[in-house]
Design a protein around this ligand. Structure first.
Ligand SMILES: *Cc1c(COP(=O)(O)O)cnc(C)c1O
Length: 390
């Protein structure tokens, strides 16, 4: 279906390496250091006066982290980007940079559960209100926007995979003078570049596809120089959720294979979703690629989707008989994973987002990894056969 858009010079981005400062190394060095010293008093004072920008302390600026930020900014078509220690650090620092007590946020339904919980706990105590709207209903979004400060988007969402017309929603926000922000983790910049669709800020859980190997927890936000400067001024240094140099280095490595991985996730997941749709035991498959066409601006689909079993299927037996699909909550790595909805519905976290998140008790979420379509399909068929005998 897709190729991933190529308006940017993908080749120069993913092959980026040091420009001669470090013996022309193909891979930038890891600046595993907390601080950088000054040559003399004069240099120190020019840096403190802001007349010269150079690393001082890693919570502020670190060259390895900066290299990753620059790569991601280019991939998203952004002027600037800021790396964080997790996707949630990127979300909380970005949101808190644009709202204050008494303000209101408009958010689409079914956002990532911990974002929902951030809104329902810390922000609620700060007297920041959140109105949830159906992102597919542009009239509902338009009527919720007047007086709001922030439009918080996630598309596609990460359980029911609802895909919105991001450009249309961004235009509505702009018309009402509302800052827009999107969690773009599902699509990755390879399949969706929200800034080119008019969104102000794009956020990723880099723990997912950007890293791609399930060895990093990290986040990033990208946008205009002015908007990133606002986050950089307060929330970034004072909340202090800084991305570590080693993790940034792993992310640089991950980004180099992003196009290859995304195409492979897309092909396998779409084929498996189509085959599941034909099974008698399956009621509905939630995968944006099964619709007649994708929303404008979404140029492909990733490896994460869910489906709902018909009544009577032993989901526990199915999950336990899978060999390649492991029971596990994250996604975006090389490995295939399954999460049964009935397990998530048991979660004790407050506020309990399981229902708000759109999780059906007979649904399971799959992340289709890189093991190969036929091996994964065989795994599913064998687990279904075993489950029907149990
Ligand atoms: C995992 C995830 C997050 C949070 O990212 P962390 O790196 O785990 O903090 C945010 N949004 C989505 C859609 C996610 O899947």
């Amino acid at each position: 279906m897709s190729s991933g858009a190529d308006p940017f010079d993908l080749a120069s981005i993913i092959t980026a390496h040091d420009d001669g400062n470090f013996a022309d190394a193909v891979v930038p060095p890891i600046f595993q250091t907390s601080l950088f010293t000054f040559s003399d008093y004069d240099e120190m004072i020019t840096v403190y006066r802001g007349e010269k920008v150079r690393p001082t302390y890693t919570r502020g600026l670190n060259p390895t982290v900066r290299a990753f930020e620059e790569m991601l900014a280019k991939l998203e078509g952004a002027e600037d980007a800021l790396g964080f220690a997790s996707g949630m650090a990127a979300i909380s620092s970005s949101v808190l940079s644009f709202v204050e007590p008494g303000d209101r946020i408009v958010a689409v339904k079914h956002v990532y559960p911990d974002a929902f919980r951030l809104f329902g706990t810390i922000l609620k105590r700060m007297k920041i209100e959140v109105t949830y709207v159906d992102g597919r209903d542009e009239e509902a979004v338009a009527s919720a926007l007047p007086g709001a400060k922030l439009l918080y988007l996630e598309s596609p969402t990460s359980w029911v995979m609802e895909a919105h017309d991001v450009g249309a929603l961004a235009a509505l926000a702009k018309r009402h003078g509302v800052v827009s922000m999107i969690d773009n983790s599902w699509a990755s910049p390879f399949f969706q570049r929200p800034l080119t669709l008019g969104v102000d800020l794009v956020i990723h859980s880099a723990s997912k596809y950007l890293g791609g190997h399930s060895d990093v927890v990290a986040g990033i936000v990208a946008g205009s120089k002015d908007m990133i400067a606002r986050i950089k001024a307060e929330a970034y240094p004072y909340l202090g959720g800084k991305l570590s140099p080693f993790d940034a280095w792993l992310l640089i490595r991950g980004l180099r294979t992003l196009p290859l991985r995304m195409r492979a996730h897309e092909a396998s997941a779409l084929e498996i979703a189509r085959r599941l749709q034909k099974l008698d035991v399956v009621e509905t498959v939630c995968h944006p690629g099964l619709a007649n066409r994708l929303p404008a601006g979404l140029n492909g689909t990733s490896g994460l989707f869910s489906f709902i079993f018909r009544e009577g299927v032993d989901i526990r037996a199915f999950a336990d008989h899978l060999k390649l699909f492991k029971l596990g909550v994250s996604w975006g790595g090389h490995e295939s994973l399954i999460v049964p909805g009935e397990v998530v519905l048991q979660q004790k976290a407050q506020p309990n987002s399981a229902h708000a998140f759109g999780i059906h008790a007979r649904s399971v979420r799959l992340h289709v990894g890189l093991e190969g379509t036929e091996a994964l399909w065989r795994d599913i068929e064998e687990a279904l056969a075993a489950a029907s005998q149990s």
